[in-house]
Design a protein. Structure first.
Length: 128
């Protein structure tokens, strides 16, 4: 194998350029692969939790979902109806709606509305 100085200089220049300005597509691919691996790991944990016969292990997600759903239902349906009914019967009350600033991120995350699904769809890694 003969040593070609032009090829050697070109390889050295390519190595230097890649060290200074790495290929973004490779970096993006590795980030996407890491994100997919993280999601797959969480899915495996979710499946193991859901298959557990103990209600304390398999039931926490439905419980949190019901609590968040109940909170939203009370805040937007129950409370206005109760205030209207009490006002109608001559017993007006002053009750403010719950601050949903802490509950909504949890509910939106559980519903998958946090943007990860959109990210997967854009990068064509999501299932159809």
């Amino acid at each position: 194998m003969a040593l070609d100085p032009v090829t050697a200089i070109a390889d050295l220049a390519k190595t230097a350029v890649n060290a200074i300005w790495p290929d973004k597509t490779e970096a993006e691919k590795s980030q996407l692969a890491a994100a997919v691996a993280l999601v797959q790991g969480q899915l495996a944990v979710n499946q193991a939790e859901a298959a557990n016969p103990s209600l304390f292990v398999s039931g926490w997600r439905p419980f949190v979902g019901w609590v968040c759903g109940g909170g939203c239902a009370w805040n937007w349906i129950g409370l206005p109806m109760a205030k209207a009914a009490l006002d109608y019967f001559g017993h007006p009350i002053t009750v403010s709606a719950a601050d949903l600033g802490e509950m909504m991120p949890l509910l939106l995350g559980m519903l998958g509305l946090g943007g990860l699904r959109t990210f997967e769809k854009i990068n064509k890694v999501a299932a159809k």
